[in-house]
Design a protein around this ligand. Structure first.
Ligand code: ATP
Ligand code: MG
Length: 609
């Protein structure tokens, strides 16, 4: 007896729906994508009770005539592709003809649609996949879809839904994604009758980001530098160094207008940020990749969330380079702040009020004395700038990031033309400086780490890594998985100055290490390196591995937080820091300097609201 039977169409649709419609947010995604494909300029999204009770999407797109409207609810009915060849270069967001029938099979579904010049529109009602009503409708041109009681006929599925709040948040995220991905389209979003946002069609992505996520965030983004590559265009914004999140929700990536999740791209972005990102933090990105549709396969994930690239390595490289260059480009803007002269108020020239804590010291003495440590000086705040200058700080010195040494005789003339001025050191750790923008605090330890890191990296690039032979070569054993990792990266480790070779199954021998390392137990060091690096880089390059090792060793060499520095040392530290590729964070992604603007101070002191 034959045991195999064809499924009824409704059941087949429900099975397919299982893949397409995971949760209310998937309904919202599919409907918005349909509206965008229909050329909508404005999309209104409304949900109730986490989208379980209602999802409504209204657009002003091309609409459908009655035949098409009926056909749109058939499985595999699509206007977007015709042949298998079309599938190789999909230019629309939809292409399967699955979404509407799937949604309609698991909900109470109403579609109302009208073409622009049509006399009347069409209304169709489907309940649980069963066509109930088809009639004329008189709504505005465009399409409205209402999805009520999602999964009412699939109780098992419904049980898997999260709380209404969580589902609402998922939907909101989905609408955010689409709104960022399509700034030229106006969006409104109503949740339980409350307007969460109303976004006008925006001229530029930056306007959309500002409208949706606020001015504060948009000011901390940098526009990516698009190095024209024949195959991939890259545009958008990424967070400047120091901006990161604890989750990946603001790491948005679009490929040909489609929001996607891609471990390849995530890893590439991370690698681009590299030392500019703290452990466990995620970057903020609004990255747009445009490439020939034929070089991306969009048909690999049931919810179209993932894509496959024909040339993954090429994509990876473009992103890594783009992120790196963008971050380094941000440095110029930062340095600008140190180029504008600090304007000294007229009062500075007047005789100082009698608030001095110490008698004036001639400049020649002053410059070699240890920098004052503001945190330890009793007597508190001195309101007179001139007095602070004389009593607490070394003579005004022009520190030019370009590196020219300040000549003594220039100093007097430069007094009103300084780019920044060191005020002192707080708590033996934070260098306090003034620049045209206000106050700058530099963490001297983090600053020194960054400088050493870049110095060692430069040496590694230019001359290779100087190594030092161990007095006694050491052997050590590792579990098979680690042995495998070492074997694969053996030549890279060797180029990194680690003299390591295989010494039988699961055993390795080390006979030299980079000379800048200060290691007492080489085998323990190696185990640690492997642990750290295994997770950091699955596709390790020699340089990257080298950078990791340096970043890990640099801490030990860097000025300790409490090392008192003399004034010329502080001056040199700051100058070296400003010469770095990424001056504003240490190799572990922590900030090296914080700028507090005069405007912020004025606000804090209630001078300005
Ligand atoms: N909002 C809309 N405005 C105009 N036409 C629409 C709209 N929504 C759907 N359609 C039409 O209905 C067809 C079927 O839509 P459906 O979402 O089921 O499939 P698709 O978008 O072609 O592919 P996918 O399943 O990948 O989304 C579309 O190809 C389109 O022609
Ligand atoms: Mg669709």
């Amino acid at each position: 007896m034959g045991r195999i039977r064809l499924l009824a169409e409704t059941v087949a649709s429900q099975v397919a729906a299982g893949e397409v419609v995971e949760r209310p947010a998937s309904v919202v995604k599919e409907l918005i994508e349909n509206s965008i494909d229909a050329g909508a300029r404005k999309i209104d999204v409304m949900i109730r009770r986490g989208g379980i009770s209602l999802v409504r999407v209204i657009d002003d797109g091309c609409g459908m005539d009655r035949d098409d409207a009926l056909l749109s609810l058939e499985r595999h009915a699509t206007s977007k592709i015709r042949t298998a060849t079309d599938l190789q270069a999909v230019a629309t967001l939809g292409f399967r003809g699955e979404a509407l029938p799937s949604i309609a099979s698991v909900s109470r579904f109403r579609l109302s649609t009208r073409e622009v010049r049509a006399m009347a529109g069409t209304e169709i009602i489907v309940n649980g996949g069963k066509l109930d009503v088809v009639r004329d409708a008189g709504e505005a041109p465009g399409t409205q879809v209402e999805v009520r009681s999602l999964f009412y006929n699939l109780p098992a599925r419904r049980k898997f839904l999260r709380s209404e709040n969580t589902e609402s948040r998922n939907i909101e995220h989905q609408v955010h994604l689409q709104a960022i991905g399509h700034p030229q389209v106006g969006f409104s979003f109503l949740r339980d009758d409350r307007v969460l946002f109303q976004l006008p069609a925006a001229a530029a992505l930056s306007d959309r980001i500002r409208d949706l996520l606020g001015v504060e965030l948009s000011q901390r983004l940098v526009e990516v530098a698009d190095k024209p590559s024949p195959k991939i265009r890259i545009s958008g914004f990424i967070g400047q160094v120091g901006l990161s999140r604890q989750t990946r929700t603001q790491q948005l990536v679009f490929v040909n207008g489609r929001a996607i999740e891609s471990s390849l791209i995530t890893a590439a972005i991370r690698e681009g940020y590299h030392t500019a990102l703290m452990k466990g933090q995620y970057p903020v990105t609004f990255l747009f990749l445009e490439l020939d549709p034929a070089s991306v396969d969009v048909n690999v994930h049931p919810a179209k969330r993932e894509v496959r690239f024909r040339d993954p390595t090429g994509v990876r490289e473009v992103i890594v380079r783009c992120v790196q260059q963008t971050l380094e480009g941000g440095r110029a803007a930062w340095q600008e702040k140190f180029r504008a002269p600090v304007s000294l108020p007229a009062a500075a020239g007047k005789a100082a009020p009698d608030l001095r804590l110490r008698p004036e010291v001639p400049a020649s003495h002053e410059i070699h004395r240890e920098l004052p440590h503001l945190g330890t000086v009793a007597g508190g705040v001195d309101p007179g700038r001139a007095t602070v200058g004389q009593a607490f700080r070394p003579p005004a010195t022009r520190i030019d990031p370009a590196g020219e040494a300040p000549a003594l005789q220039q100093r007097a003339a430069a007094a009103t033309q300084q780019q920044f001025q060191i005020i002192g050191v707080l708590n033996k750790l934070y260098v306090l400086m003034e620049n045209a923008d206000g106050l700058v605090l530099v963490d001297q330890h983090a600053a020194h780490e960054r400088i050493l890191f870049e110095e060692l990296r430069r040496r590694m690039e230019e001359q290779g890594v100087p190594t030092q032979k161990l007095l006694l070569p050491q052997t050590f054993d590792v579990p098979p998985r680690d042995a495998d990792w070492i074997e694969r990266n053996l030549s890279i480790l060797q180029r990194m100055g680690i003299g390591i070779e295989s010494f039988g199954p699961g055993t390795f021998k080390i006979d030299s290490l980079p000379s800048f390392l200060d290691v007492s137990d080489p085998s323990q060091f190696m185990r640690k390196v492997i642990d750290d690096l295994k997770s950091a880089s699955n596709s390790a390059s020699a340089m990257r591995l080298g950078e990791e090792i340096i970043a890990k060793s640099v801490c030990r060499h860097a000025v300790k937080a409490n090392d008192p520095l003399r004034y010329p040392e502080v001056e040199k530290l700051i100058r070296d820091l400003l010469d770095c590729d990424l001056p504003y964070c240490c190799p572990h992604g922590r900030p090296t300097m914080i700028q507090i603007s005069l405007a912020e101070l004025e606000k804090k002191f209630g001078r300005k609201v």
